[in-house]
Ligand binder design. Sequence first.
Ligand code: I3P
Length: 128
Amino acid sequence: ISPESDGYTPELEKAGLLNKTKISEGGRKLRKNWNPSWVVLVGNSLVFFKDPKSQNASSWKPGNSCPESSVDLRGAQLDWANYLSSKKNVFKLRTVTGNEFLLQSETDSLVKEWYNTIRDVIDRLDRE
Ligand code: I3P
């Protein structure tokens, strides 16, 4: 059976709650609007869901709920970015299309895990 005909869904790497704000769109600066977001790292994408309370680790699966947005991690840049916020534990993700997001949590270990996991995916895609 080919992966496609088997209803293949890409591997879930990580899911959890982070605070998120988009700070630029196609290189154009946006006003910050921090909101909690249910974030799912699956395959080569980071997928964002609204309404974190109603989400769980299976929510990303096709048909289960509609994401607010998603970003392709191929060619993306990841950097610590505490200088861009008054909040602690902030990192910035910039996509090849020039969209920039800040992601944050009060929990140090949680943010480090997210940073490292996203870093690993970007590095893997860079080597392909
Ligand atoms: C912004 C809001 C953000 C803050 C931002 C403010 O004000 O307080 O939370 O970002 O700071 O401008 P407003 O609600 O009036 O848009 P941080 O929490 O990340 O510091 P900034 O302009 O220095 O980015």
